[in-house]
Ligand binder design. Sequence first.
Ligand code: HEC
Length: 195
Amino acid sequence: MRDRRDERDGKHGEKQVCSRRAPRCVAYRTFPATGSMPERSITPLIVVALLLGTWLALRSIESSSVTPASVPSVPVIVPGMVPLVTGDEPITEIFTRAGCAVCHTVPGIQGADGRVGPPLLLGATGPARLADPAYRGHAKTVHEYVIESVLEPGLFVVPGYPAGTMPTWYGVKLSALALEKIASYLERQGAAAAQ
Ligand code: HEC
């Protein structure tokens, strides 16, 4: 016996092929030709979504640049929070372990985007600190100035930044090797910008 099938339109615009022998129907959808109704109504939706996305992106850039740089909340760092830094760690780890990254922006150190203290561009700013009439320290080179700033931050307070904020106990947390590496790294930062 020949299987009799007939085609009819289903409820939701799909076609149905039904078989008499096994009474069941298989539904399939017919896709509308290009430019027909559904596609035309989706295009404006895409445009609206794109515009909305652009607006949100612009808004978030704006709000982050509006963040007041001059009044950051001062993070409290106590000795118990900082492990001993031996100097054998990779340079990024030296800065992040010691907590410098929380307060300072350091070029090339991921996550070091703090704004409590000055950006550490000592290659550019170091010579000016040593020449500052208010400088009372003993450093003769930028390298020495960095080490001195870490061990005795109160000796010279960078104008425009809060005194008594940088921890004074780094001498017991950082090995001589760690201090050397910090100084060697920082004295090179921003040097190009100084010229
Ligand atoms: C709790 C915040 C804080 C932490 C943590 C901190 N500093 Fe500072 N630092 C400051 C502030 C504020 C100043 C500027 C005032 C001053 O000179 O004391 C400063 C100044 C400095 C200066 C002098 C910068 C210049 O432009 O002359 C150096 C160098 C420095 N810090 C290095 C470090 C290093 C390295 C570490 C980590 C081992 C560190 N700081 C951790 C807050 C911090």
